[in-house]
Design a protein around this ligand. Structure first.
Ligand code: SF4
Length: 456
């Protein structure tokens, strides 16, 4: 069995399963957020009754992150609904934007879009917050009402996005009927060269198979090349499995996984026991690809879908209006550090927006120093508009006052994960997906640029 099959077999209480089997599996964690949470709660109440209780209040994790720092009252109301549900159900893990459980968040115009407008519980983008807050564990099953839930596959777990109806059912029962996906095998060998990042790996893979090439399939990443990838790198890769239509992305368990998970569960006092899954000799794949990381170059997914792969060095003719770094995929501390490595001592020539994924990243960037400057200062001095309000922001457009949203038909290079038409706002805008290195170099040049020009 493959890694995915092994986890699903265990969760279904079976010795063996194979692709195509339909199984009832037990959920370890259900995550929801402000966009899909209210709908999920509605389904749950309609199907299980107004007085129903969730199956396990410690396993339901609620993370508002999408439409948060906006004056749009309907978006604000969504977070209020989550807050009321958490109180009613006694849910343990709710990362609210305010500290007062009886309060309501209100946009403070004196702070504007750049200054912090959240309390001490807020955790930022759900997929980056889940591991930071100690909720991702090897061998487990994570369901989330968001397509990029697959990011947690970096931690050797089965993690997948589900719709509100399924999530309402999981809320009531802790179970879900799943078809076991076929597995595609991506064997990584060698090491990345300077200027090339994990984002380039996944953009290359999606370019190879197309944006629907992994539809309802597991994407398993393993091989000797994985050892050199950090947990952040693996998260970037697993996150974008859905951009090829994948059911999930998954990595092998190793010492780095163990160190990260043990540290985070201890730090947050969350469940610390888990049982990783290992590879079996009898694993069967429907597709095999071996990728020599050494040969990869800075890669871009061009408008209008994540499968439109090109080399950055071949796109110098594309002039840009905007650059953006942020999201679950590209807004981690390590992403900003690489971004800053290019921008240090330089200045952007186009509008450039920086949105950390989590408050922890804001803290990291405001405390880590290169010489006498913090990373945050280096970025601001380079002309990047940095907001302390960690969240999804313009990654998926959002209300018109969303920080960094494209309200006109602009061309943007972005460290985010999705570039279908209208994704970041205006439906005639164009989004080019790239690594933080490539986004930074392009922000300086004002056109798509191979970052190795700036790093040599
Ligand atoms: S940052 Fe973007 S991709 Fe990630 S959860 Fe938010 S909207 Fe989705």
């Amino acid at each position: 069995m493959t890694l995915t099959e092994t986890i699903l077999a265990r969760a279904a209480g079976k010795a063996r399963v194979q692709a195509g089997d339909n199984l009832w599996v037990k959920a370890d964690v259900l995550m929801t957020h402000d966009v899909c949470g209210p709908g999920t709660i509605g389904v749950f109440k309609r199907e299980f009754g107004q007085a129903a209780k969730v199956w396990d209040r410690q396993r339901v994790i609620i993370i508002p992150d999408h439409y948060i720092f906006t004056a749009d009252s309907k978006s604000n109301r969504n977070v209020d609904i989550l807050r009321e549900f958490v109180k009613e159900q006694g849910i343990t893990y709710f990362y609210d934007v305010i500290d007062n459980p009886d309060g309501k968040w209100v946009f403070d115009s004196s702070k504007g879009m750049l200054q912090r407008q959240y309390g001490s519980h807020y955790a930022g983008v759900c997929h980056t917050a889940l591991p930071q807050k100690g909720h991702t564990r090897p061998g487990e099953i994570l369901f989330g009402t968001d397509s990029h839930t697959c990011m947690a596959g970096a931690f050797n777990q089965f993690a997948t996005g589900i719709g509100n109806t399924d999530a309402g059912f999981v809320l009531g029962t802790g179970k879900l009927l799943l078809k076991v996906p076929e597995t595609m095998h991506f064997r990584l060998e060698g090491q990345l060269q300077p200027g090339v990042m994990a984002k380039d790996i996944i953009l290359h893979c999606i370019g190879e198979i197309g944006f629907d090439g992994a539809t309802y399939r597991a994407m398993q990443f393993d091989g000797p090349g994985v050892a050199s990838l950090s947990m952040d790198d693996r998260m970037t890769i697993a996150n974008m499995a859905i951009e090829a239509g994948g059911k999930n992305g998954i990595f092998e368990f190793d010492a780095k996984t163990e160190e990260y998970v043990n540290h985070r569960t201890r730090l947050n006092g969350t469940k610390s026991s888990y049982e990783p899954v290992m590879r079996h000799q009898d694993e069967k794949f429907v597709y095999e690809m071996t990728l020599d990381l050494q040969r990869l170059e800075p890669t871009v997914a061009c408008h209008p879908d994540p499968g439109q792969r090109k080399k950055a060095r071949d796109l110098g003719h594309i002039k840009l209006d905007r650059a953006y770094i942020g999201s679950c995929t590209g807004g981690k501390t390590s992403d900003f550090l690489e971004f800053a490595r290019v921008l240090r001592g330089r200045h952007v020539t186009i509008d450039t927006f920086g949105v950390p994924a989590t408050p922890e990243t804001v803290h990291d960037l405001q405390t880590a120093r290169w010489g006498d400057r913090t990373i945050w200062q280096i970025l601001v001095e380079a002309g990047v508009q940095m907001t302390e309000n960690a969240g999804c922001a313009a990654c998926l457009g959002g209300p018109v006052d969303t920080f960094g949203r494209m309200n006109a038909p602009l061309k943007c290079i972005s460290a985010t994960n999705r570039n279908f038409p209208g994704r970041m706002g205006h439906k005639e805008s164009q989004v080019f997906l790239a690594s933080p290195f490539t986004v930074a170099a392009s922000a300086v040049a004002g056109r798509i640029t191979d970052p190795r020009e700036y790093l040599s």
